[in-house]
Design a protein around this ligand. Structure first.
Ligand SMILES: [Zn+2]
Length: 374
């Protein structure tokens, strides 16, 4: 379906030929969640893939940030893992976080590697405004205007959309925020309208609670609340609000609370044609909802889902790539230790798919959905 790639690049949309940087080491591999493959049959033929959900860790501005180093490390990892492109984005942040940043801080560093990257923005600005507005549904004209102006500023930088935006984000580590707003918040409906108007995506982190539940024990509360409230109906209202808004629900197959089943995905994909899912190849906290068995074989219910909705899935590894000059810890540095394992598991996932389906999920859907250029 490469013929359907649309051609108009915004000023800073990054295209061109590969210019691979060599040899920069990635952070060492941490203990991982599941056993390694013995040696899976290479059914995907080692095809290149596109990671539509990655984060650059460049350090804090007041300590001399280094996004060029993070970008070079990303390029080295892409070369090694046959990743053709990455869509990088700021995580969904809140005010006061150390290292708070948006896409404007790393966009210049991407230009040194034409053809490798596209980016999303708003995780360090729009998401901050959204979380600050909080549960308050009545928003003033001033906030509405500022939000829209910021969204347009992100697009003027050349962003392929908005991300990472969240309406429910669990805190998994110290200094990793808990965030929760109604998924049909007026600022999210506004963002859907802006995304629709400009034909760009929204990358949406949304820890699903299908029905009210107590927080599981592994989730320390606070900051997570002891009781998690059902949030699916509000998400469906967001999806239905503007059918031209392409919403990519991040971290599919990497469920945290046990509610994001293949049956639920099938039902939502059937009823919401503007819903897409990006697959993260970590089993999360609910391995029963992960596509791969512990020995890295494809589960039949997942294969059926992927085949029935073959144009709605992309790969989003959630790789955090750290500049070698970043010192100190924090959630991003801890998450970065999982990235090499994520790349291995993504390859195993592609190898476990029929080749035609692997090609669509690995590349073609991402090219079309994010309007990427070869
Ligand atoms: Zn996320």
């Amino acid at each position: 379906m490469t013929g359907r790639i649309r051609g108009v690049a915004l000023a800073l949309r990054l295209a061109g030929i590969a210019a691979l940087a060599g040899g920069m080491a990635l952070p060492g591999c941490a203990p991982v969640d599941a056993p390694s493959a013995a040696s899976p049959a290479p059914r995907s033929g080692g095809i290149e893939w596109i990671d539509v959900h990655a984060h650059l860790v460049g350090g804090r501005a007041d300590q001399g940030e280094d996004y060029r180093g993070a970008v070079a490390a990303a390029v080295a990892a892409m070369d090694e893992a046959r990743i053709r492109k990455m869509v990088v984005m700021p995580p969904p942040q809140v005010r006061g976080m150390p290292g708070l940043h948006d896409s404007d801080r790393f966009v210049a560093a991407l230009t040194h590697h034409p053809g490798h990257f596209a980016f999303l923005g708003g995780g360090g600005t729009l998401n901050v405004m959204l979380q600050e507005a909080g549960p308050e549904r009545a928003i003033g004209d001033g906030l509405r205007r500022r939000f829209e102006e910021q969204a347009l500023a992100v697009l003027r930088q050349g962003a392929a959309g908005f991300g990472e935006i969240t309406a429910h984000h669990l805190s998994q580590l110290p200094d990793h925020p808990y965030e929760s707003v109604p998924a049909d918040h007026p600022l999210l409906l506004l963002l859907a309208d802006i995304a629709a108007r400009h034909d760009v995506v929204i990358d949406f982190h949304f820890d699903l609670v299908a029905s009210d539940m107590r927080s599981p024990e592994w989730l320390a509360s606070p900051p997570n609340p002891p009781l998690l409230r059902a949030n699916l109906a509000a998400f469906e209202r967001l999806l239905a609000h503007n059918r031209k808004a392409k919403i990519v629900w991040a971290h599919a197959g990497s469920d945290m609370l046990g509610h994001w089943t293949t049956d639920l995905s099938r039902d939502l994909l059937a009823r919401h044609p503007n819903l897409y899912m990006s697959l993260r190849m970590g089993p999360g906290r609910a391995p029963e909802n992960h596509p791969l068995t512990p020995t890295l074989e494809m589960k039949p219910e997942w294969l059926r889902l992927l085949q029935d909705f073959a144009d709605r899935f992309v790969l989003g590894g959630d790789q955090f790539i750290v500049s070698p000059s970043v010192r100190g810890g924090g959630p991003a540095v801890i998450f970065a230790q999982r990235a090499p394992r994520m790349r291995e598991r993504t390859r195993a996932f592609l190898d476990a798919l029929p080749p035609e389906l692997a090609r669509r999920i690995a590349r073609e859907n991402a090219m079309r959905l994010y309007r990427l250029q070869d």
